[in-house]
Design a protein around this ligand. Sequence first.
Ligand SMILES: C[S@@+](CC[C@H](N)C(=O)[O-])C[C@H]1O[C@@H](n2cnc3c(N)ncnc32)[C@H](O)[C@@H]1O
Length: 222
Amino acid sequence: MPIYESTSEWISFGLAGPLRRRAVAFLRSHRPEWVLDSGVGPGVSSRILLEDGFENIVGLDPSIHLVRFAKSRLGRRFCPVVGVAENLPFRAGSLGAVITCFSLRDVVNVGQSLDEFAHATRRGGALAVVDIGKPDIGFWRSLIGFYISHIMPILARFATCGRTSGNPFRMIIPTWKKLRTNKQLLDLIEQSFGPCMLKSFFLGGLVVFEADRFSVWKDVFQ
Ligand SMILES: C[S@@+](CC[C@H](N)C(=O)[O-])C[C@H]1O[C@@H](n2cnc3c(N)ncnc32)[C@H](O)[C@@H]1O
């Protein structure tokens, strides 16, 4: 856990932090509300939210070890919850916003998770997704696939300097393989949550989705 953030920065060529901060900036108008950090892990994005003045964060993760670790670092404005994005334990419309960084590709059912985010977020709320991307154009997809499968594990091994057993960053490879392309994920977010902007970085290998929750979205456009 202590080397997770620095290794993430290393393998994303220094973009992971700035993209998290970009997503946090998009959600700024929801500072006084409850904001869900789904797949909170060791709490990197929640820490940035709290430093930015967000008042109440719910950090959700299936791993009790990770939410305990995040809680130990983040204090009383951070509320840890053990759970999964596919089945959120929140009342309808109880959240102002949802952020999920490098975690949406880990969930078993992406469509169900997005429906849950939409259900738990109030009208006028927002969703920010930061993740590894899968470009729609075959050439760039192959290039990013090559980086993820062959170069990223070597960089991660180098960055961790043998301080972990095995190479936990290899877990990215199967999750990237099952990932939808950027455009497919954009369509899914728009269907479940509301109108969404996709920002691509690193040839589409890193993405930020910024979506607004319109209650009438589904009724008007489907
Ligand atoms: C790569 S970590 C990202 C952690 C953190 N969000 C960050 O930005 O550094 C992915 C996290 O997603 C969590 N996760 C896996 N399946 C999940 C699910 N179904 N619902 C919510 N979180 C999940 C994992 O336990 C892990 O902590």
